[in-house]
Design a protein around this ligand. Structure first.
Ligand SMILES: CC(C)(COP(=O)(O)OP(=O)(O)OC[C@H]1O[C@@H](n2cnc3c(N)ncnc32)[C@H](O)[C@@H]1OP(=O)(O)O)[C@@H](O)C(=O)NCCC(=O)NCCS
Length: 442
């Protein structure tokens, strides 16, 4: 029952049933702060979080404002007596800019989308479709080459052109007396006060973001979250502990924050809250530390890389149990030329291929010749009759970072080879400059 009539003025538009309003997030004391607070409560409701207290609302609003998040709130035009008031949104949506490491010389500014909720009593009225298509149009007009999101359900966003581009593994590592590395890690690890992470975590993360394709620059909520200072309900989470890894020169090149799950959890378990390593040595060093904590027999980590060096560093790789493989970053190409020219290519990737892309929203629709040489690409418009590969825009998003093999997508029937050998060429051209991994959720 989508309302067909739509009128739009500035950041506000209406249908017969709903008012759609987009406004910048505002911190306490600023204009619009009340709307931001109501939006935050609706967002928390959508994700089944607790109702937020004042401290939590203030901190969250400040974070959103510092991120320059644009919030969309949808209000019903006919609230019922005693129902949540007309000032409480029935749907939420947010977007903001952060960069993504796409393997190129510099990270690519991307349009990130977050906080999508529609109240159960208003679902399937076309509200998500309306918020998403309006927002992607604005992002395209603003010149973004890509949009991205992380998702709670994997069946919703392909229709809007998003494809899963990075993956994480949820792992459990047994850390009893069998845990040993084949070669001791270099550097050393020390416990730190978790509060140190308020300033340390963004610095270390910047080093990770520089070197890791698939990484998304973090928003302002992160330091509070990974240090435990901004725990559930705005309270400090005092279960969080932290350690830093120091390289041979004494410089910090990684950290881990973690919590003990309690004496009643058997085997006794540490859960990693955040693990950021700027080098392979730091990654292994932090695992060596986690594996050495006394009275602990198991470590859980929900954002391990798909190609995990730990597996090859352990004397017994079977100590790692992968509980789940989870799609993480979903990418949407809005401008094929800008996206693929910004991307990095390996030094030995050379050649060309013509892609024919279908895009229901139109932004990436067309045929494109991708020419790669000397670590760079040039993209030109081509004729559909020259197409060597045919694919939908969501598949283009999945392929973009090089974290998914084109041959696998072809085998899945999602990448159609018109010219024999084209899939193999695309594999060579899109090989990532380093293993693809992201550890930012938004
Ligand atoms: C998922 C959610 C946002 C959908 O909102 P909605 O307003 O009901 O969606 P719409 O009516 O605009 O539907 C848009 C399209 O998505 C489809 N869709 C909606 N929810 C879907 C779901 N859970 N699974 C698969 N498809 C879904 C609809 O069938 C529709 O398809 P079409 O336009 O191609 O015909 C809403 O149900 C919700 O808030 N769920 C809980 C929070 C959540 O999961 N948020 C997503 C965070 S990433």
């Amino acid at each position: 029952m989508t309302s067909p009539v739509s009128r739009s003025v500035g950041g506000m538009s209406t249908t017969d049933d709903y008012v759609f309003r987009t406004f910048p997030a505002r911190a306490p004391g600023e204009d619009q702060h009340d709307a931001t607070r109501a939006w935050l409560q609706a967002d928390a409701q959508g994700f089944h979080d607790s109702r937020l207290g004042d401290a939590s609302l203030d901190r969250s609003a400040t974070n959103l404002a510092n991120d320059h998040q644009q919030l969309t709130a949808v209000y019903t035009t006919s609230p019922r007596p005693s129902a949540l008031g007309a000032d409480v949104p029935v749907a939420t949506f947010a977007s903001f800019e952060r960069s993504i490491n796409v393997g190129g010389a510099v990270p690519l500014p991307a349009h990130l989308i977050s906080s999508i909720t529609v109240r159960p009593t208003h679902r399937r009225h076309g509200i998500l479709r309306r918020m998403m298509t309006d927002d992607l149009r604005s992002a395209h007009e603003a010149g973004y080459a890509v949009a991205a999101l992380t998702v709670t359900e994997a069946t919703i966003y392909r229709r809007f052109g998003f494809g899963p581009a990075t993956t994480v593994h949820e792992v459990t590592v047994t850390t009893d007396q069998r845990f040993r590395l084949l070669t001791p890690a270099s550097g050393h690890t020390e416990l730190i006060d978790p509060a140190t992470l308020l300033t340390l975590s963004p610095e270390v993360f910047a080093g990770f973001h520089r070197v890791r394709p698939g990484s998304v620059d973090r928003h302002h909520r992160y330091p509070g979250r990974v240090s435990g200072l901004d725990g559930p309900n705005g309270e400090e989470d005092r279960t969080v502990r932290a350690a830093a890894h120091y390289d041979e020169s004494g410089a910090i090149d990684g950290y881990v924050s973690y919590r003990f799950l309690g004496w009643d959890t058997r085997p006794h378990t540490l859960e990693v809250v955040d693990l950021v390593a700027t080098t392979d040595a730091a990654y292994l060093g932090l695992w060596e530390f986690l594996g050495s904590v006394d009275l602990i027999e198991r470590v859980r980590y929900d954002a391990a890389p798909a190609d995990d060096p730990l597996r090859w560093a352990l004397v017994d790789p079977r100590l790692i149990e992968t509980r789940d493989v989870v799609d993480w970053l979903w990418m949407r190409v809005l401008d094929v030329r800008a996206a693929f020219e910004a991307r990095g290519y390996t030094a030995d990737a050379a050649g060309e291929v013509v892609l024919s892309v279908t895009d229901a929203l139109g932004y990436a629709q067309g045929a494109f010749r991708l020419r790669v040489a000397d670590g760079r690409a040039v993209v030109e418009a081509a004729d559909r009759s020259q197409a060597e590969l045919e694919l939908d825009v969501w598949v283009l998003g999945t392929l973009y970072l090089g974290g998914v093999d084109p041959a696998v997508l072809a085998a899945a029937g999602q990448l159609h080879e018109v010219a024999p050998g084209a899939v193999s060429r695309l594999r060579t051209l899109l090989r990532p400059v380093a293993p693809v991994h992201g550890i930012t959720h938004f």
